[in-house]
Design a protein around this ligand. Structure first.
Ligand code: KG4
Ligand code: ZN
Length: 334
């Protein structure tokens, strides 16, 4: 079969990213402009600034990618773009860029769900096998999903309040850490101990998650200690939080493994970059003799390569969009 080259664009939040992906599993090139240094000044993503930065950067990122790969746009087979979920103004820039390329070069346009992109980031690391359980742990989502086959999603559980990445970011803020909080909590936690007693999230057998009680517990604890004039051991608090949050995710994953009896697990989303989480899930899947997929670190957080990987299956099904494609900020998995 002929090789398929997809130009992929991701701009759902604060990264302007483009990639050329071959056959859904090989990255020919990836170019990403991150806006973290700008949003860091405000302690989180400012949507208006994000869309403005995407507009400023989108052509530079494309130019960089084409120069780096020596690829010509006329040689791509399709152009794929994240259509949601995400920030409307941010999504719009990527979508408009993709439409222009699709129109000018007469190439099919493929709309990709951002969360599905995170799942297919795994295909860039190793071959996906089904049926599989996908654990999604990102800034906006926490889900357990049963996948009977490619693009067949059955949601087993989700968060009732905050996503796990959101909890990392909010706890980081009360510890005066910079945005994005997850990697900074992880760094602090490395030198800490689990000395703090914190609320344990929903201790039940459901496959849903809840992190807001844990988050509020930490916010209250920090405020109380400040009022009493006590010092907070930030390393210990970061370590206590990280372990409780991750252990909860791993506990729910184990419930799902027992219920579904799958022999494949894949992990997706920004929090899958966390070493403690990677180690705990590796340990759990070894116990059950399960084939585990976790994306390489550079494909855990938002990037266009994962969008190119997910788009490949839509290309094979000829599941194309037209130039009326619009951002879908609240798009769900199905
Ligand atoms: O998947 P992602 O890049 O964006 C969304 O689609 O939401 O995830 C971003 C989230 C942020 O909340 C960030 O703090 C978290 O992933 N994150 C981490 C780590 N790296 C990124 N959380 C914990 N440990 C990390 N090493
Ligand atoms: Zn993401």
């Amino acid at each position: 079969m002929k090789d398929i080259f997809i130009l992929a664009i991701e701009s759902s939040c604060d990264e302007t990213s483009m990639a050329i992906v071959k056959n859904g599993n090989e990255v020919i090139g990836l170019s990403t402009n991150t806006q973290i240094p700008i949003h860091e000044l405000y302690g989180g993503v400012v949507p208006e600034l994000a869309s403005r930065m995407h507009t400023e950067n989108v052509l530079y990122v494309l130019d960089d990618l084409l120069k780096k790969t020596n690829f010509k746009l006329e040689n791509i087979d399709a152009v794929a773009v994240t259509c949601g979920p995400g920030l409307t103004g941010s999504l719009l820039i990527g979508i408009e860029a993709a439409k222009v390329i699709s129109y000018l070069y007469n190439k099919p346009l493929i709309a990709v769900n951002h969360i599905i992109g995170h799942i297919y980031a795994n295909a860039l690391t190793k071959k996906l096998n089904f049926p599989a359980l996908a654990l999604i742990v990102s800034g906006g989502h926490t889900n357990l999903v049963y996948m009977k086959d490619n693009y067949k999603f059955e949601i087993l559980g989700g968060t009732l309040d905050d996503a796990i990445g959101e909890a990392f970011d909010k706890v980081a803020r009360v510890l005066d850490l910079k945005y994005p909080g997850g990697p900074n909590i992880e760094k602090l936690a490395k030198n800490g101990k689990t000395t703090y007693k914190l609320p344990i999230p929903m201790n039940n057998q459901s496959m849903d998650f809840s992190f807001s009680g844990l988050k509020s517990g930490i916010i209250n604890l920090v405020h109380n200690e400040i009022q009493r004039g006590n010092e907070i051991n930030k390393e210990d608090l970061a370590c206590s939080f990280q372990n409780i949050a991750v252990d909860e995710v791993v506990r729910k994953l184990e419930i799902a493994i027992n219920k579904t009896k799958v022999s494949n697990v894949i992990v997706a989303g920004g929090v899958s970059a966390n070493t403690y989480l990677r180690d705990k899930i590796t340990e759990l899947t070894k116990k059950y003799n399960i084939n585990l997929g976790i994306p390489d670190l550079n494909y855990c957080t938002d990037n266009a390569a994962m969008i190119g990987a997910a788009a490949y299956y839509l290309y094979l099904k000829k599941d194309f969009s037209d130039l009326n494609l619009q951002p879908q900020p609240n798009k769900s998995l199905n």
